[in-house]
Ligand binder design. Structure first.
Ligand code: NDP
Length: 448
């Protein structure tokens, strides 16, 4: 079956899963040549196998709110592929979570995890539970109830979940406690745990810092660096604020952050004190708009950050947050680099606009792999029951991000079509990640 036929089959089977189909198409258009040139891939039906999850676990989560009412949510774990190691990928708690979103995230995770070079398969999970406006007690009860359903399907050598949107250190710790309680086992079954009880230093910072390390490598290819660059960041969560923090440390001026309500613009740029204030504010679920009373700047209700002139854009909020119009706005505002901190933040049309205008572009599966890479390092620290220092882990993170950059760049160079002025990281990352998972499946024969 050709890649096009596989896509057609998926479109027929899953017409209500647009995010998943979008993610599959993005990979398919970039691997076509290597796929056609390797008869094993066709013989072993590798693309068909990699686009159907090994299994999807779907379950009901009953929990009790503060008023004593029973609430009911849906939970899922999409175990996509364990060709390269135990299933690994985050849990997302957000009302928009559904099977399409989790399948797209789990599918991307296969290639992202492959790119890290660590032994991890791909998975994703979560719930349509909305943590916004919930008390700490309600969050705790929900996390306990969620893992009470999921615990029998995960394990340190089987499937190791972590955080994502709506799931941070607090939630992972609650889920870890329930798992420990139910199984009488203290193991590295979840990553992103609190430091001091199994969690790894730099895991919290890793995705944002890693994205900026990836960007540094891109700039270095063009004999450039972050010093004096103006940066637009979207989102104000874990990835956004740590990406902003690292960019500032390396001499850039970060002009914006945003959330689902609007954009915060500070023409002076954020400094560490302002970033610390933003972290505190978001941790307490307080409005970003309160920033202007304390530090000045402007709050743009309902607007995105791409209307300002800058050199670099870091979309770090959520999928499809940048459409073709936003991408054109970036081009018009002199953006030269777009690095995805979020998963699939650019629509397919937005990617076309960026690439047509020769903007250097790094896809999330390469640029935001730092988070899962440090999760992999957390797993290995848990296995040997030792902790490593912040500095040692930071060096390892930098090294992994450099390797991902170089692997993607060299695959891009090997398979590039034409004389593109920019390194085609999208093609390079997809090919490098796909080949690792595909070659393992060929070696296994018919079994996964
Ligand atoms: P957080 O929950 O910490 O933050 C998400 C941020 O994005 C919040 O500021 C949120 O605003 C904003 N946001 C969410 N939905 C929208 C929307 N529809 N429009 C505008 N803003 C929105 O999540 P993370 O920082 O952990 O994750 C962000 C992205 O990075 C996701 O795509 C995730 O999959 C990806 N990622 C995360 C990793 C991690 O280690 N955490 C690892 C790799 C990728 P509000 O508070 O108003 O909802």
């Amino acid at each position: 079956m050709s890649l096009q036929q596989v896509i057609q089959k998926l479109e027929d089977l899953y017409p209500h899963q647009p995010e998943f189909i979008q993610a599959v198409k993005e990979v398919a258009i970039t691997i076509e040549d290597i796929y056609d040139n390797n008869t094993n891939y066709n013989t072993y039906k590798i693309f068909e196998r990699l686009t159907e999850p090994d299994r999807i676990i779907s379950f009901r989560v009953n929990w009790e709110d503060d008023a004593g009412n029973i609430q009911v949510n849906r939970g899922w774990r999409v175990q996509f592929s364990n060709a390269l190691g135990p299933y690994k990928g985050g849990l997302r708690f957000h009302p928009t979570v559904n099977e399409s979103v989790l399948k797209f995230l789990g599918f991307e995770q296969i290639f992202k995890n492959a790119l890290t070079g660590l032994p991890m398969g791909g998975a994703k999970g979560g719930s349509d539970f909305d943590p916004k406006g919930k008390s700490d007690n309600e969050i705790r009860r929900f996390c306990y109830a969620f893992i009470r359903e999921l615990y029998q399907y995960i394990g340190k050598d089987l499937d190791v979940p972590a955080g994502d949107i709506g799931v941070g250190g607090r939630e992972v710790s609650y889920m870890f406690a329930m798992y420990k309680n139910l199984t009488h086992e203290y193991s590295g079954v979840l990553t992103g745990k609190g430091v001091g009880f199994g969690g790894s230093l730099i895991r919290t910072e890793a995705t944002g810092y890693g994205a900026v390390y990836f960007l540094e490598n891109m700039l270095a290819v063009n004999n450039d660096n972050l010093q004096g660059k103006k940066v637009l960041v979207s989102g104000a969560g874990n990835v956004s604020l740590h990406a902003a923090e690292k960019a500032i440390m390396l001499g850039a001026t970060v002009l914006t952050v945003s959330d689902s309500k609007g954009t915060l613009h500070d023409a002076q740029g954020f400094d560490q004190q302002k970033i610390d204030w933003l972290k505190e504010q978001k941790a307490c679920h307080k409005p970003l708009a309160e920033y202007i009373e304390k530090f000045g700047g402007e709050w743009l209700e309902g607007q995105k950050p791409w209307q300002f002139k800058a050199d670099i854009a870091l979309p770090c909020a959520t999928q499809n947050e940048v459409d073709a119009t936003n991408a054109q706005q970036m081009v018009d505002n002199s953006i030269k680099y777009v690095v995805e901190g979020a998963n699939m933040p650019l629509t397919a049309e937005a990617i076309d606009v960026i690439r047509e205008h020769h903007v250097h572009y790094a896809p999330g599966k390469a640029a935001n792999a730092g988070g899962v890479a440090v999760s992999g390092l957390e797993m290995s620290q848990n296995s040997v029951r030792q902790y490593r220092s912040f500095e040692e882990l930071d060096e390892q993170l930098k090294c992994i991000m450099r390797n991902i950059h170089d692997d993607a760049a060299s695959a891009a160079q090997q398979y590039a079509k034409g004389d593109e002025p920019c390194v085609d990281y999208m093609t390079g990352a997809n090919i490098a990640g796909f080949k690792r998972a595909a070659d393992a499946l060929v070696a296994y024969g018919v079994l996964n």
